[in-house]
Design a protein. Structure first.
Lengths: 484, 480
């Protein structure tokens, strides 16, 4: 009998080994996929019990998101409140158990809930400390944001301001906004409001025809590839046949033989359409890609809240060939392809020119701060791409300065500070009865500290008269006055 | 150092562990680690010392490790149950005291376990009666579809926990007597023509079965193993009349599947039976016949009895749509809880048990899923540690069987140990999705009066066998 008893012990050791193997399978090997299982409510409940970190504006004092505690002891849970209401609703987003998360609340969730790796968990287990989130200090500027909202004055539209050297996003305003505090009670109504779409972040989630602001992209491609020089003379008469169809200048104005610089100052469509045809689709698309078109912005923001800009055909698909390059070059297009851009993308265009051709990744977050005040992580400026040579950027800056000094963008001129910019006015609506005014700019020209893109949705008026004054107000707020 | 002194020293780390466990739970509750934890620890230590003194007086030579190991398990159980619900822990502590009392009474009454052999048929009959009780109208009621408990006034009671002891005693006694005559192996090999017939028939039948019946891969293997094992049994000239009671045990296990509708307990009983059969006869063919008959029957029942089929379906895919939040909720939550534990766990008292606003996220956390709670709080290391403690207990139990002098003692110690080991495998295997999840308890750890009391009696019987074996060995002049 003894031999069988010894064998039996071997069998039980084996069976218990199987138990340990299966326990490792669930606790370690497959733990992550189990945690991500949509039917697993634990992470949600668990995070409810963690006081999320606060979210601050760039001043480090203005609280954009804080917690409210409920219950006590083991059952203590927290919900979010947003003291600034709708002002920062689009970049900050919201976080609720039932409604999920948006904005920075989602893209910085790991930091906000203080997610730990396995090793830190052991240490925390020894200290038996409760989980605690880290604070997020954003780059969002309170004065600039308020100035942008005031200047938009309730009109639907978007304003983005970026520091060209660092990529810091100082202003991200999309109107209309929503009050994140009301999300739990009103998300149904907010979603159903097709007319205003308040949950839509127009700076990253909506594409508009960029109009003549796109000529900056065309000019970059043409100058940097050597196809033209600022002094190059081109025939600016109107109309001009482009792709077999006559194209007119605004108001049918005939400019005759005109230099490239003057053609940008006065936004001469026929000249820039010819420049587009001269460089061709491939070169244009190549430079668009360098500016970040055709892919999601590299922003620390949820990817489902961002869409790429680019040339879209009638079915809404991105195309990089076969389109009317002359019309795309002036920010329009046809059925085979029409250029569409998000306001953030156009701000990146201005920022790249401002920073000597070097496009920095746009960033909403400045730093992650622990509860004890120590800085856990400081987000460093990060180069996204080298779009053009520094000389090209200089030439463009000079040309864009002229736009503000004497061209279509004089409404953006600031006393004591030089501004470089470009206006745009796209016609929209079934009968082209509305306009989509644009203005992109940066200042000061000598040492650019801010790049701004402004657009207003389905309105009346020109980029120079509608959008440029908004950009001016934002620049004033951000650059500390300038007197005017 | 004497065996009893070793036992006493073994109890020291146990009570320290229990006190530390309570301290951790209480401190995360946000209360002061007052004298309360010391009181709990001291109370537990006091109880164990009383039991130890009793063992010292009555069973001076018994194995010194089994009692401390069981105490560790009971201590871990108390801490976990306290963490789930302090009120339940108070009740469990009372049951623990009651179990210790019954432990002592067993040792007092059963001075020599060989007297049990005299009553084996009475014991067997009583056990079967116990098993059927949950189906009696008035006192029995199904829990999650299984008939495992009876209610006598305020006291709920799981007769299967006690029946397992009775069945093991019966089997140990019966197989001690018949183990050698169940089969009478031939001394000379069969002539080669008869060998051909002996092995040819099952081979033919297997092929026929596969061709005619539409069996899956598992079914075909089952059939082949059964037929060849059966042929091997026939070769060894079985004694039909001695197989009667054994067939009865198989029928009983099947009946339990139908009557109690619990795959787990029936696996536990039948597994205990097969291990004893193996130890008593060393005939693999008998195990082959028995195991295939069991699995065949279980497979058939899993297709026909809705409750058993449901359990199997959950086991195959607990995350299926429409299952995960319904009948598969318990198993899915068990796995989620373990995933939450990771390598080192969340810490005692830290794991998520309740949904904010009331209600438990883990159904039956204190009974079926207590292993999942441990994995959540103490991680893979804690859970593996618990399995390690059980393995040590099994080791000491089988060690006792090895050192025993007579067949009955060997079989009794083996059977008691095996049934406990299989019970651990059945419930932990269920919780970790090795096998379908069923409602047996985790011995010594789970909440439940019958479980802890029955297992204390099991421990008492093992210690009695051990004391006899070691006293005998000592008389002969050597200590195992």
């Amino acid at each position: 009998m003894n031999r069988q008893i010894v064998q039996l012990f071997g069998l039980f050791t084996l069976l218990f080994g199987v138990l340990v193997i299966f326990t490792s399978r669930w606790t370690v090997l497959e733990a992550n996929s189990l945690a991500d299982n949509p039917d697993n409510r634990r992470p949600l409940i668990e995070e409810q019990r963690i006081p999320r970190g606060l979210i601050f504006a760039s001043d480090g004092r203005t609280v954009l998101a804080r917690n409210r505690a409920h219950g006590r002891g083991q059952d203590r849970t927290y919900t979010r409140t947003y003291p600034t209401g709708g002002t920062f609703a689009h970049p900050v987003g919201f976080s609720y158990i039932r409604n999920g998360r948006r904005g920075l609340e989602l893209s910085r969730n790991d930091e906000l809930v203080g997610k730990r790796d396995e090793f830190q968990s052991i240490l925390a287990g020894l200290e038996s400390a409760r989980k605690e989130g880290n604070d997020v200090v954003t780059n969002l500027d309170v004065r600039g944001t308020e100035a942008a909202r005031a200047a938009l004055a309730g009109r639907k539209g978007a304003v983005v301001a970026i520091e060209p050297k660092t990529g810091k996003v100082r202003v991200m305003v999309s109107e209309p906004e929503y009050d994140p505090n009301l999300i739990p009670s009103q998300i149904g109504q907010l979603n159903a409001d097709r007319e205003n779409q308040p949950l839509l972040n127009r700076t990253t989630q909506e594409l508009y025809p960029p109009g003549s602001t796109f000529k900056v992209v065309t000019a970059t491609a043409a100058l940097d590839s050597g196809a033209i020089k600022p002094e190059t003379i081109i025939d600016g008469s109107s109309p001009k046949t482009i792709s077999g169809v006559p194209l007119e200048n605004a108001g049918g104005e005939d400019f005759g033989q005109i230099s490239i610089t003057d053609a940008l100052t006065n936004s001469v469509n026929t000249v820039w359409a010819q420049v587009g045809e001269r460089i061709g689709r491939d070169t244009l698309v190549e430079y668009m890609r360098r500016f970040g078109f055709y892919e999601d912005p590299k922003l620390d923001y949820p990817s489902f809240q961002m869409i790429p800009s680019g040339v879209l055909n009638g079915e809404g698909e991105f195309v990089d060939d076969g389109f009317d390059v002359g019309r795309v070059a002036i920010g329009q297009g046809g059925l085979e392809g029409e250029v569409r851009a998000a306001p953030l993308q156009m701000a990146e265009v201005a920022a790249a020119v401002a920073n000597g051709g070097r496009l920095m990744k746009p960033q909403l977050t400045d730093r992650i701060v622990q509860k004890d005040g120590r800085v856990k992580e400081r987000i460093q400026p990060d180069l996204q791409s080298v779009v053009m040579k520094p000389e090209t950027a200089q030439q463009l800056a000079a040309m864009m300065s002229r736009v503000v000094e004497e061209g279509t963008g004089t409404a953006a001129a600031l006393a004591g500070i030089t501004v470089a910019g470009k206006t745009g006015t796209a016609e929209v609506g079934a009968n082209r009865e509305f306009t989509q005014p644009w203005f992109i700019c940066f200042a000061p020209v000598e040492n650019p500290r801010m790049a701004v893109a402004v657009t207003v949705e389905r309105t009346q008026g020109q980029g120079g008269t509608v959008a440029a004054p908004i950009a001016k107000a934002v620049l004033e707020a951000l650059l500390g006055g300038g007197g005017g | 150092m004497s065996a009893r002194t070793r036992e006493l020293f073994g109890l020291l780390p146990v009570s320290l562990l229990v006190a530390a466990g309570f301290a951790a739970v209480i401190s995360t509750r946000g209360q002061d680690v007052s004298d309360a934890t010391l009181t709990y620890g001291a109370f537990f230590l006091g109880l164990c010392v009383v039991a130890h003194l009793f063992i010292r007086a009555r069973l001076p030579n018994a194995d010194p490790y089994m009692f401390p190991l069981a105490s560790v398990l009971a201590g871990i159980g108390l801490v976990l149950i306290y963490r789930i619900d302090p009120e339940l822990a108070r009740e469990q502590a009372q049951w623990f005291v009651f179990g210790l009392a019954l432990f002592c009474i067993t040792i007092l009454l059963v001075e020599d376990h060989h007297v049990l052999e005299r009553y084996r048929y009475t014991i067997a009959a009583a056990s079967i009666a116990l098993l059927m009780m949950p189906r009696l109208p008035g006192i029995g009621a199904p829990v999650n579809g299984a008939y495992l408990a009876i209610k006598l006034g305020p006291i709920q009671f799981q007769p299967a926990e006690f029946a397992k002891l009775g069945i093991i005693i019966f089997l140990a006694s019966y197989l001690r007597e018949t183990g050698d005559i169940l089969v009478r192996p031939r001394l000379r090999p069969l002539p080669y023509q008869r060998q051909l017939i002996l092995w040819g028939v099952p081979a033919l039948l297997t092929l026929l079965g596969i061709a005619v019946l539409d069996l899956g891969a598992a079914g075909s293997v089952l059939l082949a193993v059964f037929l060849f094992s059966f042929a091997a049994v026939v070769r060894d000239r079985p004694s039909p009349k001695h197989f009667g009671p054994l067939l009865l045990v198989w029928g009983l296990a099947m009946l339990m599947l139908i009557v109690i509708r619990d795959l787990g307990s029936s696996l536990m009983f039948f597994g205990g039976f097969l291990t004893l059969l193996w130890v008593a006869t060393a005939r693999l063919s008998l195990i082959g016949v028995g195991a295939t008959m069991f699995f065949g029957g279980a497979f058939y029942l899993s297709q026909t009895v809705a409750h058993v089929k449901e359990r199997v379906d959950i086991w195959l895919d607990p995350f299926a749509k429409g299952v995960v939040n319904d009948e598969g909720y318990q198993l899915a939550q068990s796995l989620f809880a373990q995933a939450d534990g990771g390598l080192f766990g969340q810490g005692f008292g830290q794991a998520l048990l309740n949904v904010p606003g009331g209600g438990s996220i883990l159904p039956a956390a204190h009974t079926d899923l207590i292993y999942a709670v441990l994995a959540n709080e103490a991680g893979l290391f804690g859970a593996a540690g618990l399995i390690g403690v059980y393995l040590l207990f099994v080791y000491r139990g089988l060690r006792t069987a090895l050192s025993a002098a007579d067949g009955f003692s060997k079989l009794l110690a083996t059977g008691l140990t095996a049934v406990l080991a299989i019970q651990v495998f059945v419930i932990v295997g269920g919780v970790t999705r090795v096998i379908p999840l069923t409602g047996v308890t985790l011995p010594f750890v789970s909440y439940g009066g019958s479980s802890i009391v029955a297992n204390m009696v099991l421990l008492a019987l093992l210690l009695i066998v051990s004391d006899h074996a070691r006293s005998e060995a000592r008389r002969r002049g050597g200590l195992v």
